[in-house]
Design a protein around this ligand. Structure first.
Ligand code: HPA
Length: 274
């Protein structure tokens, strides 16, 4: 990733929207299309933003929306669809969109995903705040040359998922009347789902949730000094914890279970974070 490439994407968004963005939200499987109907929404296909990777996974749309808040001068960038490492993209490309949002002025990044439940206190249909992560993918978006204009060589990862933002999310969930659980998210590269032995391993290591995204974006956003909030939508019991084999169709379908709840939390968060 070159600093100059980021600046090109920042300029395209600024020229298209003429808005100041302070909040970015990456909406994973199940929330595609959020914001498209918002009055004043400006849609920018990823294809039209230089450097943005184009996503191919079913259920993921590759569109960036700029949405205006009612009572604020500030706007929010909504990423509808995201790139994943398993598509064969370098992680530099996977995190390019989030980096662009932070470079454009977004000091807060909300990352959502679909995840499997490792812990037995989590069920399909639950929403869970991510409290921390385990990077088990053997990759890191910061590998390679570092540009100090973007962030430090060795960034701290003590509070990746900001405690203050987590409190605000708890309040947002309460206001929305939606239950919000919490847990540690383990990142596997995918695209194959985990084996039951891998799930047993991460359970013993302290994971509650498992998935194929979010961690690279969280690392990149922290690298640049933005605050991060992570929310998982639990779509299935992880491998070996239910008699059913896992399928992407099932994951996409059960993402619908909690879509409305997550939408309500996102609406409440927008009021509180802008
Ligand atoms: N494993 C990995 N990624 C996932 C899962 C899972 O069980 N469910 C949704 N995304």
């Amino acid at each position: 990733m070159k600093y100059e490439d980021l600046m090109v994407a920042v300029r395209v968004i600024a020229n298209t929207t003429r808005r100041k963005h302070t909040l970015a939200m990456v909406l994973g499987s199940g929330l595609g299309g959020y914001g498209a109907e918002d009055p004043g929404a400006i849609a920018m296909p990823y294809l039209d933003i230089p450097g943005f990777p184009v996503t191919k996974v079913r259920g993921h749309r590759g569109t960036l929306f700029s949405l205006k808040a009612d009572e604020s001068e500030n706007s929010v960038l909504i990423f509808s669809g995201r790139a994943h490492a398993y598509e064969g993209l370098p992680l530099h490309d996977v995190v390019f969109g989030v980096r662009t949002a932070v470079a454009a002025g977004c000091t807060t990044v909300v990352l959502t995903n679909a995840a499997g439940a490792v812990s037995n206190h989590l069920e399909p249909g639950d929403l869970a705040l991510i409290t921390d992560h385990l990077n088990l993918a053997g990759m890191n978006p910061l590998i390679g040359g570092n540009d100090e204009r973007v962030g430090p060589r060795f960034p701290d990862m003590t509070d990746v998922y900001d405690p203050g933002l987590r409190s605000i999310a708890e309040e947002a969930a309460l206001a929305a009347g939606v239950a919000l659980k919490s847990g540690v998210y383990a990142w596997f590269s995918g695209p194959s789902y985990e084996t039951p032995a891998e799930i047993e391993m991460v359970r013993r290591l302290g994971a509650d949730l498992v998935g194929m995204s979010t961690v690279p974006e969280a690392i990149a956003a922290r690298h640049m000094g933005a605050k991060v909030l992570g929310i998982s939508l639990v779509t299935n019991k992880a491998a070996g914890l239910s008699p059913e084999p896992l399928s992407h169709d099932e994951v996409t379908m059960s993402a619908g279970l909690a879509r409305q709840d997550l939408t309500m939390i996102i609406d409440e968060l927008r009021k509180r974070l802008m």
